[in-house]
Structure formats: structure tokens, C-alpha cells
Design a protein around this ligand. Sequence first.
Ligand code: NAD
Length: 496
Amino acid sequence: MLEHPEARQSALSPASALPLLIGGDWVPAASGRSFATLDPSTREVIALVAHGGPEDIDRAVAAARSAFEGPWSRFKPAQRQDLLLKLADLVERDFETLAMLDSRDMGAPITRTRGGRERVRNLLRWYAARATSIHGQTIATSTPGEYTTYTVKEPVGVVGAIIPWNNPIASTCGKLGAALATGCTIVLKPSEESPLSALHLARLCLEAGVPPGVVNVVPGFGHDAGQALAGHMDVDKLAFTGSHLTGQKIVQASAGNLKRLSLELGGKSPDIVFADADLDEAVPGAAMAVFMNSGQICAAGTRLFVEDAIYDDFVARVADYARTLRVGPSLDTATQIGPLVSSAQLARVQGYLDAGRSEGARLIAGGEQDTRGALAQGWFVPPTVFADVSDDMRIAQEEIFGPVISAIRFRDIDEVIARANRTQFGLASGIWTRDVRKAHHVANRLRAGTVWINCYNVADPSMPFGGYKMSGYGRERGEQHLEEHLQVKSVWLRTG
Ligand code: NAD
């Protein structure tokens, strides 16, 4: 049975659906159901995938628990390191396949997905290195009597991971890396929009020698598989990446056993351009801070604050730049801007384009679905720039998750800091200036998990990433990511 509303007639039969990985075995969904995953450039069915539901989540969590308490607990840090290094090599070997899968499944241009090779390999190697450097402390206490006191770091246990569709390879590898490095086991639910690369990565985990049950992958939808994982009483930690609205549901669903949570949620990040910036760098920098991945980037700098003295000229240059970007199907190597992931995402973005117009913003680039020629088959929106946006407009407050810049005028530094912070989100931010003191001053006062100065969207495994306010809590990457997978045990030994 095809469950995707957009699925066109497919020659594939449900029997050919890609199975779930549970306890080291490839199995169909307990319900026998499957769903279609589509190419957003063409709306063609790429594959059928077993539709995991609550029963499959139960089986996967049981497998993860038994692996956690069984052979996996006897793996030494150096063995876990070896596994992660092998996985990094296999991911590098198969990167072309993985890149093709993501580009077809969620529409990112192939040049973008291919470009992630080194980053993803380095990410897994970084987690591999961390596997052998997890340690507690010996602590001198002031308690009367004689004691030897120390702390031990232990894996938190079974981790449930739920990820979105916008960056599947890196999201999956980040979740796998932290779990494997710390000695946890994992049940991963990829997005229903883009499950294919996670299934291939699961295959590579087995090939690397990860024991059965340590990594389980159960594609399914949010309302069944996702909800079941978030609410499961035997999951010790849930690592969620997605929208803040789903994040709120996750918090509620997780309350039953008070599982540990990390929430990597959305944003409406300010990108601030001062008149003294290197404008030749800032124009493409600010444009691609939004248009990359068709705006489907959590950290996108969608509130573009531009200083009054350069506002008109700068915004016109960004619009000119936007018009040079080539919109096209994801597998075309000339494409810079691919499709949006789904018809639902297209409808959402179109709703904001209408809202921008009706609230009085001035549209100066893009603004309509691109239906030229073969693009009519897919869900394409060209890079769009709204000028004269005010802070209270919906396009200045709500996450659009599409290629839409809201350009806002400002006059002085205190004013722009206050306005940049006036949002429910706090994921990321950007500053463009040649003045070092000004850059630090603003960076210190922005309430956001990341500040980029004269750059945007740069990332490294060693740099923590996560949000303030409704952009969530917890950090991915960096030492803190590992800490979130570890318990601290205090040991008191009376020696007197
Ligand atoms: P989403 O919240 O709709 O879905 C994310 C995942 O949650 C999917 O796997 C989905 O199946 C699952 N889900 C949906 N409802 C659920 C429920 N009730 N219980 C459990 N799971 C459920 O988000 P999306 O549209 O897939 O992705 C876009 C969002 O993700 C944006 O808001 C974006 O900013 C955010 N995001 C954040 C980061 C970050 O690191 N902060 C990174 C990428 C994306």
C-alpha cells in the first residue's frame, strides 16, 4: 500500500519495501505496511520503505537494551574507536552512493551533498578519537574521616534519536558518532521524507562490525514511530532534531520515565550587516546564509538586518545575486538551488510568500513557485528577497524553512542588538563588520548558540552547536555532546 499522498503510480510492490534494521536483522514492519519516498525534483517514487510503527519501536528498543546490557557493555573504548574509524572509512568509500541517495530523497543539489564527504568523515573520526578520552575525576573532599572519592562516567543507556529531512547524512552520523563513542545503543528514526541514507548507513554499521542491536534504524512517521520512541519507558535519552512545535510534543511524551532530552530545534536567526563591512564578501555571504539548501537550514540567517547608510544598495545587490543562482533538479551538477522537500513544504513557503506581500513587505526577487519546463514536475521556489520588512511581520518572526530573506533596516548598534534578540528563537546569528571591537561587543550580547563573524554556516565537530530559548537545549558536536550521553557516578571508599 502506498501511503504517500503525492505518490504517483509505482511499479514497485510493497514486498520490495526496504526493511527496518532491528537487532542486527533486516525485517519488514510488524504491520506489513510500507510508504513511498519521492524525488522532490520529479515527484517520482524512488523506493518503498517499511513503515515502522509502535510495535517495531518496541522490538528495536528491546534489542538495543539487550545489546547494551550484553556484549556491547564489554567493548573497550579502543574497540569502539576502531568501529567508528572503520565506519568512517566505509562512509568515505560509499560517499557517492550516500550523496546520491540524499540528493534524490530530499532534493539537495548533488554538488552540495558530494561536498560533505570530508566533513562527514572528519565528524566520525572526531567521535572515534573521543571514545578513548572519556574519564571521571579523583576528588579531594572535606568530609571528616578518610575516603577515596572519585567519579566514573558511564553511558546513559538506550538512546532514541529522531531526525528531520534537511541534512540526513550528517544528522545520522552525528547521532551515531556520539552514541557509539560513549558506549550507548541507539534506535534511530529518520524522517519519513528522507529515510534512504540512514538505511544505507545502518548497512555500513553492520559491515564495520557493530554488534547486533547496538544500532537499530526504524523509518516511520512522527505520529506513530516517532511518538512511540519519544514516549517509550525503556529509552534513557532522546536526541531530537526538528521543529520547535514537535519539540514541545517530545517534551510531553518523554515525561513518563523522565528520560534525558536534547532538543535541536528551529530558528529565525539575525544576520547583521554594518556599513563598514567588506560588502563584496557580505553580499554573497548573507545571501547564501539563507539560500543554501533552498533555505532548509535550521541556522539560516533569515532576518537580514542592514545598516541604514547602505540598506538600499546592499539589499539590491543581494537581490541581484539571488537572481544569478541557478534553480534546477538536484542531480544536475549546474544546480545551485534544488527543490523544497515536499508539496507540504512548498505550500508552507507559499503561505509565507503571501503573508509577506499582504503585510506590506516589498518583494524584490523571486516570490513565486518556479514552474519553468521540467521544473513544473517538482517543488521549486527561487531565491526570494523581501525588503522593507518590519519586526512584527510574520516573515520576520516565524521560521519559513525556504529560500526567503526578510531584509530589515536598522540605525544604531544598541537598537539592532535589541531587535535581533526580540524573537522566541536563539539558534544562530551573523555579524558583518571590519571593526573588531564592534564585532565582539555584538557577539557578547546576542542571545544565540552560535555567532558567526564575517562568515556563516561554518561548522566543525569540535565546536558545539545548539540553541538558546525555543531553539532548544543541549548541544550537538563538541565535548558537551558526549557529556549528554554520559552519566556521572560518584564513588566513596572509606579508607580510614
Ligand atoms: P519536524 O519537527 O516536523 O520533524 C522532525 C522529525 O520528528 C521527523 O523525523 C518526524 O517524523 C518526527 N516527528 C514529527 N512529529 C512527531 C511527534 N509527535 N513525535 C515524535 N516525532 C515526531 O521537522 P522537519 O519539518 O522534519 O524539519 C525541519 C525542522 O527541523 C525545522 O524547524 C528546522 O529548523 C529543524 N532543524 C533543527 C536543526 C538543529 O540542529 N537545531 C537541524 C536541522 C533541522
